[in-house]
Design a protein around this ligand. Structure first.
Ligand code: NG6
Ligand code: CA
Length: 515
């Protein structure tokens, strides 16, 4: 197994800090055009990795990134769910400006229109070879439900700047349960054509609802009672797939192996890899070799599996001799959830571990547990080793910051919300984002400055109503939290009415832009 253990840091540091990299470290400038490996975890919480919380000690490879790079303590995904976070990350536009950017079905049409600038376009323009691996969740094809899963899927990431892709259409818990490689079902089995519907079941096919006895790998706790694939109930209906159907226990291996292969075969070119893990989204069904490793059941073991993927990618870079010239960014698309629809006992087995660390709320919520995420940046010789940085960071700045890195002029080709905060992302001197805007599952917006967080008033259940036991942070009254006190404990809006008005106005200005 490829690992990148903490004990090897001495050796690794020697490798990292040889030659030209040292020179770069002594100056303040940021050298142009490294390879970029962007690693996106799914539903990984602020407290889920050991460099952020000592209650988790099963992520040595991520810890090694932290020890050799910069760990950010105030970094945010744009939303507390996947599709809007990913949309904003790849395009630089707030998802809440666009309808149709909420959690997408597995047969959703493309959510990013070809022609809209993406970060992959930026890298291509700079001469990079680009690839996407893993979870996509941004739609495929031109018409929702109109895809021919047995033919060519277009638009696909190929139309959005990615030279190569090996992806899951949506999520692990949504059909179709097949990988898509370069616009086609990978390993398509002509004897078992793929059919997909989010409206009705296919004649004669069992469902989790009617045939719970067939859920031999994982039982559902809420929802996830439509088609059954690999003994696991899913969202949506599918038929066929045959040999192309994924096995959940092999997903991390499949996408990691493809990404490692890509690194090896492009080690003499500049590349951008968007590696979007399936871990630790439900259904959590890690490979047998990770079972029992965390002591926290399947969710913890999926974190160990994610850490293994990270170690494998870093190891591949090192083996190819290109680690020194690679910028690695690791983060998550939203905060953590324990019970997200499968009976994997994630809650019961946590022990003292707190997936969101000391943050309030989790996935789906307006509280910080929803979108404040681990964010680690390592670029040997450029980022300071073991640094901890409290700068506000938003993933909406990825596109313009990477454009600056790659030397590409964005100009007015994109109506983007993000700005270039490259130096801040590297933990260096320079402009720092003054505030971050995040979007909860019901579109409640929050605005966080260094000292304060304002949550706009909007109705909604105080606890996620469909199953996960998570505080949403929704309220009909404005909320203001002092961010110097952990956990958004006390709404102090009544004590600071002017601060509330100021942040409310700031948010309104953003909302009014380009309407
Ligand atoms: C919810 C699913 C949840 C998860 C989420 C999307 C049910 C009951 N719950 O609707 O399991 O799939 O959508 O998660 O269906 S995300 O991380 O991709 O946004
Ligand atoms: Ca997610």
């Amino acid at each position: 197994m490829n690992v990148f253990p903490v004990e090897k840091l001495g050796l690794l540091s020697a490798v990292l800090f040889s030659s030209a990299a040292v020179q770069a470290a002594s100056g303040d400038s940021i050298p142009p055009k490294p390879n970029v490996l962007f690693i996106y975890a799914d539903d990984l919480g602020y407290g889920d990795v050991e460099c952020y919380a000592r209650t988790s000690e099963c992520t040595p490879n991520i810890a090694a990134l932290c020890e050799n790079g910069v760990r950010f303590t105030n970094a945010y995904s744009v939303a507390s769910t996947s599709t809007p976070s990913r949309y904003s990350l790849l395009t630089g536009e707030y998802a809440w400006r666009r309808s149709g950017t909420d959690v997408a079905a597995g047969n959703a049409a493309t959510i990013i229109e070809p022609g809209q600038l993406t970060v992959a376009d930026i890298f291509k323009e700079a001469g990079y070879v680009t690839a996407a691996f893993g979870k996509w969740h941004l739609g495929l094809g031109a018409v929702t439900g109109g895809q021919d899963w047995n033919g060519e899927l277009s638009p696909s990431p190929a139309d959005l700047g990615f030279d190569h892709h090996y992806i899951m259409a949506a999520t692990g818990d949504r059909v179709p349960c097949v990988f898509i490689e370069d616009g086609k079902v990978a390993g398509h089995d002509a004897s078992a054509p793929v059919e997909v519907s989010y409206v009705r079941n296919f004649d004669g096919e069992p469902t989790g609802k009617d045939n719970p006895e067939l859920l031999y790998n994982l039982k559902s706790s809420h929802g996830h009672d439509m088609s059954i694939v690999n003994g696991i109930g899913r969202i949506g209906y599918m038929r066929g797939g045959g040999k192309a159907l994924w096995k959940d226990e092999n997903i991390a291996d499949s996408i990691t192996a493809r990404a490692v292969e890509f690194i090896r075969s492009h080690s003499d070119e500049r590349f951008f890899i968007y590696f979007a893990a399936n871990d630790v989204h439900v259904p959590r069904f890690p490979h047998e070799r990770f079972r029992g490793r965390s002591g926290m059941g399947l969710r913890g073991d999926a974190i160990v599996q994610f850490d293994w993927s990270v170690g494998s990618l870093v190891e591949a870079l090192r083996e190819c001799g290109i680690l020194e010239n690679t910028l690695i960014i690791l983060t998550s698309d939203n905060g953590p959830v324990t019970d997200d629809g499968y009976a994997d006992d994630a809650d019961k087995l946590l022990g003292t571990h707190r997936p969101a660390g000391g943050l309030r709320g989790g996935k789906y919520s307006a509280f910080d547990g929803g979108a404040r995420v681990p964010f680690v940046v390592m670029w040997p010789g450029v980022t300071e080793r073991g640094a901890v940085c409290g700068n506000l960071v938003s993933q909406v700045d990825f596109l313009p910051s990477m454009a600056a890195l790659a030397g590409v002029e964005v100009g007015d080709r994109s109506l983007i919300d993000g700005s270039n905060y490259l130096s801040s992302w590297m933990g260096k001197e320079g402009p720092v984002r003054p505030y971050v805007i995040t979007q909860a599952a019901n579109h409640t917006l929050s605005l966080r400055t260094a000292a304060w967080k304002y949550i706009e008033p909007r109705g909604g259940a105080p606890i996620v109503p469909w199953g996960p036991n998570i505080e949403t942070g929704y309220s009909l009254v404005p909320q203001l939290y002092d961010m110097n006190i952990e956990g958004e404990k006390e709404n102090v809006a009544g004590h600071y009415p002017e601060k509330v008005r100021e942040l409310e106005r700031l948010l309104q200005v953003e909302k009014d832009k380009r309407r």
